[in-house]
Design a protein. Structure first.
Length: 86
């Protein structure tokens, strides 16, 4: 139960941070972490079948996805969301 709780906490934190300060990667990592929280909960309950190395697979998805979304998004489009001029 630690994975779903922790990933849910991170996802909610990212979404709140995106609203507060506009960090671009938070708009992507928030839903990513919440989706991964759901996947880890379903896997832990035995509803989602990922094989006998499911936790390892989820860990790799978390590591690679978080790095790509955090660093890659801001490297390509910048650090903050740009609001169009009025």
């Amino acid at each position: 139960m630690i994975w779903p709780i922790t990933l849910g906490w991170m996802g909610i934190g990212c979404l709140l941070n995106a609203k507060r300060c506009g960090r671009l990667h938070c708009y992507f990592t928030g839903p990513f972490f919440l989706g991964l929280a759901g996947a880890s909960l379903l896997y832990g309950l035995g509803v989602l079948h990922l094989g006998h190395r499911g936790w390892e697979l989820l860990g790799y998805v978390l590591l690679i996805g978080a790095l790509a979304l955090t660093c890659g998004i801001e490297w390509i489009w910048g650090r903050y969301k740009r609001n169009p001029p009025l």
